[in-house]
Design a protein around this ligand. Structure first.
Ligand code: AVJ
Length: 318
């Protein structure tokens, strides 16, 4: 989204968003990319999701990071640069930083420049000795680390099971690319959600308060707002199912009736019950994830889980 600075209300359609929406809704099995969930409203809804009783990943991962902070500090070389791929909120990083007084630099990487600038500012206030070197980039594409990180040993941080948003083959390519970006001998600390009971998984993505439903529906709101779409929000509903075969939670928006939706000059027909597949969230076992990491050239140094084995934190080395 580009906001005209003179007229903050005048939203100029993002041509890439438009092209992606057109392409996704033109397929026989309609799709929209989960990366479009995160405008300001969507990011706020995601923050609310992380606090839901059903959504165990965030609090479980934070529990593991708190408990294992001293061990993470031991395995990280002194004066390392920590590169966070997609630095949504700094909540997890802040927990880690309490244990890492010797970190030379923190390099948050995110596509949202505005968000990054805000974060960097408050982090610098709270951790005056830490060099914060924000990089505006899409972490799924190659990018260079700031020169100032120089020869510092590198560690990557990829929490939140964001890796689960990628197809396993893409996740493998992504981890390989992280290795290329970080350079030889790097470490990578990442959070990975684990396979578990289907009911528990589905509840985490279809909460009683309807926050995840609102998060999913926000995609349609964005299309209406930013691309001039005319989605009737009452004519779609949220669905989350665990696809056991593929080992992934799938989120869909289901058309409640036969209908046609217009976006700009285009129209898209929906049959009753037809869905837009908006997100996959892959769930791994410790074995399947370690094998994926190994295929991407990463050796597992340590894996921790919580007592109920809901979530895992992996430390990998290239
Ligand atoms: C941010 C991708 C880790 O898959 O659990 C939460 C996104 N979607 N509820 C996840 C999400 C619906 C989340 N990730």
């Amino acid at each position: 989204m580009t906001v005209n600075p003179t007229f903050p209300e005048a939203i100029v359609a993002d041509p890439v968003f438009l092209a992606d929406v057109r392409a996704g809704l033109s397929k026989p099995n309609k799709t929209l990319s989960p990366k479009y969930f995160y405008d300001a409203a969507g990011s706020e809804l995601f923050e609310q999701i992380t606090a839901l009783p059903e959504y165990y990943p965030t609090r479980t991962e934070i529990g593991i990071l708190d408990e294992r902070g001293p061990e993470i500090a031991n395995v990280l070389p002194k004066q390392a640069a920590l590169v966070e791929f997609g630095s949504g909120s700094t909540a997890k990083l802040r927990r880690l930083l309490r244990h890492l007084p010797d970190l030379a630099a923190y390099v948050p990487v995110d596509v949202s420049g505005e968000f990054l600038a805000d974060q960097a500012k408050t982090l610098r206030q709270d951790f005056p000795d830490l060099a914060v070197e924000a990089v505006i980039a899409d972490f799924t594409k190659p990018f260079s680390l700031p020169e100032t990180t120089g020869m510092a040993p590198r560690a990557g941080f990829f929490p939140g099971s964001t890796v689960g948003n990628f197809e396993p083959a893409e996740a493998e390519a992504l981890l390989d690319s992280f290795g290329e970006i970080l350079g030889p001998d790097a470490l990578l600390i990442l959070g990975v959600d684990l396979v578990k009971d289907k009911d528990r998984l589905e509840a985490a993505y279809d909460d009683a308060a309807g926050v995840t439903a609102a998060f999913n529906m926000n995609l349609l709101k964005r299309i209406n707002h930013e691309l001039g779409g005319d989605f009737d929000l009452d004519a779609f509903e949220h669905r989350a199912v665990f696809n056991t075969q593929a080992s992934r939670i799938e989120m869909h928006l289901v058309s409640r009736k036969d209908q046609t939706v217009r976006i700009g000059g285009d129209s898209f027909a929906f049959r009753q019950g037809e869905t837009i597949h908006t997100e996959n969230s892959y769930k791994y076992t410790l074995e399947t994830f370690c094998a994926l990491a190994a295929r991407a050239g990463w050796q597992t140094v340590t894996v921790w889980t919580d007592a109920d084995a809901l979530f895992s934190v992996h430390v990998l080395r290239r």
